[in-house]
Design a protein around this ligand. Structure first.
Ligand code: GUN
Length: 279
């Protein structure tokens, strides 16, 4: 029987735990504040930013929203970040990506105080993850670890294959699986025989940004498959990087799209905000 991993349920569970924790903090006089900055009005970014604000409201985190016009200069954004870095009442700073083309994303990420970088994108946090130090962890891969753990899937000693090597998902995913004592392989566009590698996976994480790319012949019988992709198909329906209908029957567990990895990103952002108090 295939276990369909319910990201909606697990993310709701995490948000409820955090809400409880925030209530306790409030009783101790500790409040949590997240600054969310959006530059321009990309419709997808606006949806994400609104969902982040809603999650904050549910959990009891105060959110400060900054909506800057598309033509904002990089310096104005850097000045705003510096101001938020200096504010003691602000615990987290999130700059919604992508930024307009005239801005250097890496420079903006590095301008955020590492102790307020709830996205886990700052090089100091990326480095901390790789050497097992405390720090913020990128939300999507962090959420995937929670999905696995809360679904009773053991990582220790497993063959873990990550397809995709982005800074936000693939690379931190590999580091996290390694931290959980998995045996980890990262595949990318220059991998010679992708199918041969993915077929070895006990746990296969796919983050390549190509709709329905992973079909049944890429997957070992009984594997756990985690699909990070999200696309609209020709009928305007959501689908992932994995061809769910052909792959699911072969797996022991799989995440659906929507309702798998997607809801976990915001839940773990909230987790990072709440935990910023202790960092
Ligand atoms: N754009 C798409 N995903 C993300 C994310 O997780 N964080 C930020 N800041 N921007 C994004």
């Amino acid at each position: 029987m295939t276990q369909v991993i319910d990201g909606k349920r697990i993310s709701a569970e995490i948000k409820d735990e955090l809400r409880e924790k925030v209530t306790q903090y409030k009783e101790q006089g500790i409040t949590i504040k997240l600054a969310v900055i959006q530059v321009g009005n990309d419709p997808a970014s606006s949806v994400y930013v609104n969902n982040k604000k809603k999650a904050c409201a549910y959990i009891g985190i105060e959110s400060l929203a900054y909506e800057l016009p598309e033509e904002t200069t990089e310096q104005v954004l850097l000045d705003l970040i510096a101001e938020l870095n200096a504010r003691e009442d602000v615990n987290g700073i999130l700059v919604q990506m992508p930024l307009p083309k005239h801005m250097d994303e890496q420079k903006v990420i590095e301008a955020i105080d590492k102790d307020k970088d709830v996205d886990g994108f700052h090089p100091m946090n990326v480095g901390a993850l790789s050497i097992g130090r405390k720090g913020f962890v990128s939300c999507t891969p962090f959420g995937i670890i929670q999905l696995l753990k809360r679904s009773g899937i053991e990582i220790r000693g497993k063959e873990c294959v990550v397809v995709g090597r982005s800074n936000i998902v693939g690379k931190p995913m590999a580091m996290l699986l390694l931290r959980e004592n998995g045996t980890v392989t990262i595949c990318h566009s220059a991998t010679k025989d992708l199918k041969e590698v993915t077929k070895r996976a006990d746990i296969l994480v796919v983050a390549i940004g190509k709709p329905k790319f992973i079909t049944a012949e890429y997957v070992k019988e009984g594997a756990v498959v985690i699909d990070v992709g999200i696309h609209r198909n020709e009928n305007n329906k959501l689908c992932g990087d994995v061809d769910y209908d052909s792959v699911a029957p072969k797996t022991s567990a799989i995440t659906p799209v929507p309702g798998g990895v997607g809801p976990m990103t915001i839940a773990m952002l909230m987790y990072n905000c709440v935990n910023s108090v202790e960092i």
